[in-house]
Design a protein around this ligand. Structure first.
Ligand SMILES: Nc1nc2c(ncn2[C@@H]2O[C@H](COP(=O)(O)OP(=O)(O)OP(=O)(O)O)[C@@H](O)[C@H]2O)c(=O)[nH]1
Ligand SMILES: [Mg+2]
Length: 718
């Protein structure tokens, strides 16, 4: 392994739709750089990048993999990311540390959902992007059509540096309009002959060459002047202009490859090593803790952990980017979160599971270490003088939730413990125990993500788990006033129990004052409020408790017990056991016994009177209702709307945005289970949505009836 300085490092992430050929391209890049001497294949489960069993089982990448190649006296760090959208957390963390990305396109499919998602991410991050049209050796591939599609979606900044010759099953050549050369490959790929451009391609090559020069010159005044003076630019001048164009995202250079046959990959690496900005040239690191880290090997050392993984026989491997200075074997650094010391006992550069031990790693480079005591993902380690704390990676929010259970109850604890491990590696797996639903709820990215979770438990942890539909956090409330009495009386030997409570309840509405009377069977009852307690409920809404006792019919010391009894039923509503909310209770009368009255008697009397009154008070079940925003391509609008209708959705608004239709709707949470799967199948993976619980609304009568019946059945079972 050569020693590289910061200006000799290039960091790129490979992004794009699932199956476009990122892992295959990475393999060819390693081969071209001499890091491996045999190219593996995804189908043969032999690539360096997809080295985990689950990836080989799936035939898709699941994790990001840190790799490197050496080319042109440069170290090119390559992070191969998974294209399946459910594993998008790994793309987020990879792009956090790479200055640029290579967006790979399966030319035979054209622009896919994952291509657009990748492009849009880079747009948000404002980082340079190279576009690679891969799989040019495919039968029926139509390069011109795919390229035009890219231009129409991503704009005219998409600029050809290359175009293919004989794209299709006879693919064997690339014309490069930066170098103005023709790369001619043997039918099975490998080393090209570098030739003059054939006469029949000359005109197009010249045209594109001029176009590229103009695009390059536009980014710099001195280049522009040179161009006007000479009518042309040298190769070096073009590179300079292209680099500037890439950095301010006014130019996305296009390259051509067959990763599988290793055509065009060496040339792509050459471009990356020559033109992509080095970490020191890439966008500035923002100030941290009021200090400015210097991407300089001689500055105080700091590093940022962007990935951890558990590897067989090794334990936890910690992947980091050196943000400043030089990290050396044996160095002690301070974890800025815990303030504790960590010793860097060994340092590695990585090509998948192959690790090469190195004595030091400089600013801008990416490496790994093992056996850290407490340093986790998103932590910063630094020398005392640096003491930075870098901005953590913000992972995507979840969009799929299910209930998780161990098949054998005895495994419950182990299942939770292992979940923590998975969460440490992939923070887009989140688990919470819901006291309300009495379920362990897993939040994740979608069904593939969930399948992967199941795969880990089954194959790695050897634990059987099962998934269930998560319960819906319903609420209960009332719609009119009602009165109830309850006498709790027990006389069995010794001391007896006695408590009697008369109450009136009604819906609590903000800004409506308490009542002063109510009528029952034609008789008027006075409510003279002596004391009021308002309880905002942790699950939303309020309970307001009025003491209207006159003439000491119930002793003041029993009122807290009555309230307690009511609160118990607020927590476990009389209709379905869900939380109740927005209720006003008046305790206006009752009875005591000089000997047998005690707290427990009044608690039970309060509880039962409340249940009784509740059932008479036009009780209603409320369900969580969400604000939904869906984006889908225009030609799928009808199908998306049709599907939403079946989900009791109320359409609130519609509009167009960048070739997409946007729909805003209010829809009950109950109807949104597995929505990501439906939307994805309606829109061929292109649709996107966000969902947020926005409030509670009454359920339709037929659903209320269903829920009441289900709860009654559950009580019988218990
Ligand atoms: N014919 C042909 N097949 C290719 C090419 N590149 C990749 N493939 C094949 O396409 C399939 C998917 O390739 P991968 O490299 O796994 O694609 P990926 O982009 O890493 O996919 P994910 O990891 O799921 O995102 C494999 O069977 C590859 O052999 C290519 O240039 N030509
Ligand atoms: Mg892959």
């Amino acid at each position: 392994m050569n020693v590289y300085r910061t200006n000799e490092i290039r960091n790129i992430a490979l992004i794009g739709n699932a199956g476009c050929g990122k892992t295959t391209l990475a393999e060819a890049m390693l081969y071209e750089g001499g890091v491996i001497n045999r190219r593996g294949e995804v189908s043969a489960k032999t690539t360096v990048s997809d080295h985990y069993l689950i990836e080989q089982d799936y035939g898709n990448s699941v994790f990001s993999t840190v790799l490197y190649s050496e080319y042109n006296q440069k170290k090119v760090n390559i992070i191969d990311t998974p294209g399946m959208d459910d594993f998008r957390g790994a793309v987020t963390s990879s792009l956090h540390v790479t200055g640029s990305a290579v967006l790979v396109i399966n030319t035979s499919h054209g622009i896919e959902a994952g291509t657009e998602a990748g492009f849009n991410r880079m747009e948000k991050l404002k980082k340079p992007l190279v576009i690679v049209f891969n799989q040019l050796d495919h039968e029926n591939v139509n390069f011109e059509q795919s390229f035009e599609q890219a231009r129409s979606i991503f704009g005219n900044k998409v600029t050809l540096v290359q175009f293919p010759v004989n794209a299709g099953s006879g693919f064997n050549g690339i014309i490069d309009v930066l170098k103005m050369k023709y790369y001619k490959y043997p039918a099975d790929g490998g080393k090209p002959e570098v030739l003059e451009i054939p006469a029949e391609e000359q005109e197009r090559a010249n045209e594109l060459h001029n176009e590229l020069i103009e695009m390059a010159a536009e980014n710099d005044e001195s280049l522009m002047e040179l161009f006007f003076e000479k009518g042309s630019l040298t190769e070096d001048e073009m590179r300079k202009g292209i680099k500037l164009g890439m950095m301010d995202r006014s130019l996305f250079p296009v390259f051509c490859t067959s990763a599988k046959k290793n055509m065009g990959v060496g040339r792509l690496l050459e471009f990356i090593s020559n033109v992509i900005p080095s970490p020191a040239e890439a966008a500035e690191i923002p100030e941290v803790n009021g200090k400015k880290p210097k991407m300089d090997p001689d500055a105080p050392t700091s590093l940022f952990v962007f990935k951890t993984s558990i590897e067989p026989h090794v334990g936890e491997v910690t992947y980091f980017k050196v943000m400043s200075g030089t990290v050396r074997e044996g160095q002690d650094l301070i974890n800025s979160k815990t303030q504790n010391k960590e010793r860097i006992s060994q340092l590695f550069v990585c090509a998948g599971k192959n690790r090469v031990k190195v004595p030091e790693i400089v600013a801008g480079d990416i490496g790994a270490t093992v056996k850290l005591r407490e340093t986790k993902l998103n932590h910063t380690l630094s020398e005392k003088e640096a003491a930075y704390q870098f901005t953590p990676i913000v992972f995507p929010t979840s969009r799929h939730s299910v209930a998780l259970k161990a098949v054998n109850e005895a495994d419950d604890e182990k299942v939770s413990e292992m979940f923590q491990k998975l969460h440490d590696e992939d923070p887009t797996y989140i688990v919470e125990y819901s006291k309300e639903l009495k379920q362990m709820i897993v939040h994740c990215q979608g069904e593939y993500h969930l399948n992967a979770l199941n795969w880990f438990y089954k194959n790695i942890f050897k634990l059987d788990i099962e998934f269930h539909t998560p319960k819906i956090p319903y609420r209960e409330t009332i719609t009119k006033g009602a009165q109830a009495d309850y006498r709790h009386k027990k006389q069995s030997g010794g001391a007896g129990q006695f408590g009697e409570v008369h109450m009136y309840i009604e819906p609590y509405l903000e800004d409506v004052p308490p009542k002063s009377m109510f009528t029952l069977n034609g008789k008027e009852y006075k409510l003279s409020v002596r004391d009021t307690q308002e309880y905002p409920l942790p699950w939303g809404g309020k309970l307001v408790f009025h003491n209207c006792i006159v003439g000491g019919s119930i002793d003041a010391r029993f009122l807290p017990a009555i309230l307690k009894g009511i609160m118990e039923k607020m927590e476990e509503g009389p209709l379905t056991g869900s939380y109740a909310r927005d209720i006003r209770v008046y305790i206006y009368d009752g009875k005591m016994h000089p000997v047998d009255s005690n707290e427990i008697s009044f608690r039970l009397a309060g509880r039962n009177a409340f249940s009784k009154a509740f059932r008479e008070a036009g009780p209603k079940i409320l369900e969580p209702v969400c604000n939904l925003e869906v984006m889908a391509q225009s030609d799928k609008l009808g199908d998306v709307m049709g599907d939403l209708q079946g989900r009791r959705a109320l359409i609130m608004g519609m509009g167009s945005e960048k070739g997409y239709e946007k729909i805003n709707a209010r829809v009950p949470l109950k109807e949104m289970y597995k929505y990501s799967t439906s939307l994805s199948s309606i829109t061929q993976g292109r649709g996107m949505f966000s969902l947020e619980v926005a409030g509670y609304e009454k359920v339709p009568q037929e659903i209320q009836d269903e829920l009441l019946a289900a709860y009654a059945a559950e009580l019988v079972e218990d």
